[in-house]
Design a protein around this ligand. Sequence first.
Ligand SMILES: [Fe+2]
Length: 168
Amino acid sequence: MPADLAAPAPPEAGSVRPPLSPNALRRLVRDLAERPERWLHRVRLSGEDRWYERLELAPDYEVWLISWLPGQSTGFHDHGGSRGAFTVALGELEELALAGPEHGLTVRRLTAGAERAFGPQYLHDVRNTSPGPAVTLHAYSPPLARMSRYELRAGGLARTATEGPEQW
Ligand SMILES: [Fe+2]
């Protein structure tokens, strides 16, 4: 068989796929938000804390469905070096993000249809400050391996804890 018709070589052991870009993750959550038949029936609400369920786990990305009752929030956190994107499928949220040391805190109202995409260094706090429930779709690449939590103090954000998948 000519070399160019040979089956492709299997990936090298230990090879890692490059992560998806923030824009690719944004398209992924947007496409999913437009197909509620794939996730709407799974949504639950929890009075204790945000409710969440993983919809998809691939070697290079994962997708989560999250619901938020009024007052529920994440607190400031990173994504352990993963890139990410999310969209508000139902309801309304608020996002606080540090846009860099010289820019201070940015507050965004995220209404239904809003999308955010971010790189591996991004820190934010997402909260439901609205009077009704909200539902969001999130994608991360590579899949989340750990997350650190931060507190906003006078001098900026201070890391307070690091969690692995066993905590979520
Ligand atoms: Fe996040």
